[in-house]
Design a protein around this ligand. Structure first.
Ligand SMILES: *Cc1c(COP(=O)(O)O)cnc(C)c1O
Length: 396
């Protein structure tokens, strides 16, 4: 039995690749899965082997066969040149930013970015002498009007955190490329299966593997996939910062990869069904989901993405707090908590009006972010319908 290598990417469907990439059973006695290598010290057989520095593995922090297996699979899926695994999605964000931004630089950060990324810019990057300017996610090529001689990078996240605005990544990447400005993309929502930012012109893709790759809410993991011109910078920063994922977490990433395609298809289907059902409810003012045909970002989503995952938001009509609490507190299948991408459904209230600076966010009523899990959609709808009944009992 041969194995599928990175170079064969173009010939096989993603559903096949997630099953076969990053494992080589006959290199490990026929066992199907790449084992967990635990290790700090790696031995060298001879003095000469220490001196020539050609041994593929040199020290645990610098990679193990388990780590390389997942990195090579992710590189191939994203159509990149190299991948660095990190201990969390947030560490992928900070490592990628530190790989490019330096003292005296100006960087352009989308206003709808994942909020902790914003905190990193406003605190640590600021202290290091990097100025962050936030921009409206709806600026396409017009982002060029914000370029300065010292602009180092443009950071995109599409759709936006919490509010799901779509960005025109190809338009932004094309004006940035003309000026030699790096483009970094947080692609956590779509995963490598549903969007390929490198093909759209980005140089670096950042993802929280914690979400759909791991998929079971049981581990933290992140990854950074770079194109050829960016990969040296990311490798150097990750090496300098001592970034390395845990062995067990890496294995859980590999294990999640095998079912990513089927899980995402189900998250997508259930997410769209829930979004459509919610949209038709009298308690709901708006649904924010780019796969819905009347969403303002739908055309960009359709052009650039191969699918939608299970995360979207809704704005309710105004209700008193006790009525909202009656809706949320009694839900049986939707848990309330941060993070997402696991097999279970979630809901969480949010308010981004307090921290966004380049755009104004205000909602008429409570804003809720939903994650559609892998449960039966009919059971999920029944749970939400019972919630709306409880809400009405409190505030008719
Ligand atoms: C969750 C998330 C992260 C951070 O991932 P962690 O693994 O929780 O550190 C980064 N970006 C986006 C868009 C996320 O949703």
């Amino acid at each position: 039995m041969g194995k599928i290598d990175e170079g064969e990417h173009a010939d096989t469907a993603p559903a096949t690749e997630v099953v076969h990439l990053g494992r080589d059973p006959f290199a490990q006695h026929g066992f199907v899965n790449t084992p967990v290598y635990r290790g700090s010290t790696v031995l060298y057989p001879t003095l000469a082997s220490i001196e020539v520095k050609t041994q593929p593995y040199t020290y645990g922090r610098r990679g193990t066969p388990t780590v390389r297996a997942l990195e090579s699979a992710l590189t191939s899926l994203a159509g990149g040149a190299d991948t660095k695994l990190t201990a969390s999605g947030y560490q992928a964000v900070t490592t990628a930013l530190l790989a490019f931004a330096q003292s005296g630089d100006h960087i352009l950060m989308v206003d709808t970015v994942y909020q902790p990324t914003r905190q990193f810019c406003d605190h640590l990057l600021k202290r290091l002498g990097v100025e962050t300017e936030y921009y409206d996610p709806l600026l396409g090529a017009d982002v060029a009007k914000l370029f300065r001689p010292n602009t180092r990078l443009v950071y995109v996240e599409s759709p936006g955190s919490q509010t799901f605005e779509m960005q025109d990544i190809p338009a932004i990447a094309s004006v940035a490329r003309e000026r030699n400005i790096w483009v970094l993309a947080d692609n956590t929502w779509a995963s490598p299966l549903y969007c390929q930012p490198l093909a759209l012109g980005a140089d670096v893709v950042i993802e929280a593997g914690t979400k759909y790759l791991v998929g079971h809410a049981d581990a933290l993991l992140g990854f950074i996939t770079s194109n050829e011109r960016a990969k040296r910078h990311v490798e150097l920063a990750a090496g300098n910062l001592g970034v390395c994922p845990g062995s067990e977490e890496t294995y859980l990433g590999l294990r999640g990869l095998r079912t990513l395609d089927v899980r995402l298809a189900r998250h997508q289907e259930t997410g769209i069904r829930l979004a459509q059902w919610l949209k038709a409810r009298p308690e709901v003012s708006r649904v924010l989901h780019p796969a819905l045909s009347d969403d303002p970002g739908h055309a960009l989503w359709k052009r650039d993405f191969k699918g939608a995952t299970g995360l979207f938001s809704t704005i309710l009509n105004p209700v008193p707090k006790p009525a909202l609490a009656a809706f949320l507190d009694g839900l049986k299948l939707f848990g309330m908590g941060y993070s997402w991408g696991g097999y279970e459904s979630l809901v969480i209230p949010f308010d981004c009006g307090t921290y966004r600076t380049a755009t104004r966010w205000s909602a008429p009523g409570p804003a809720l972010r939903f994650h559609a899990g892998l449960e039966s959609v009919d059971d999920l709808i029944a749970d939400l319908a019972a919630g709306f009944d409880r809400m009405k009992a409190v505030a008719p």
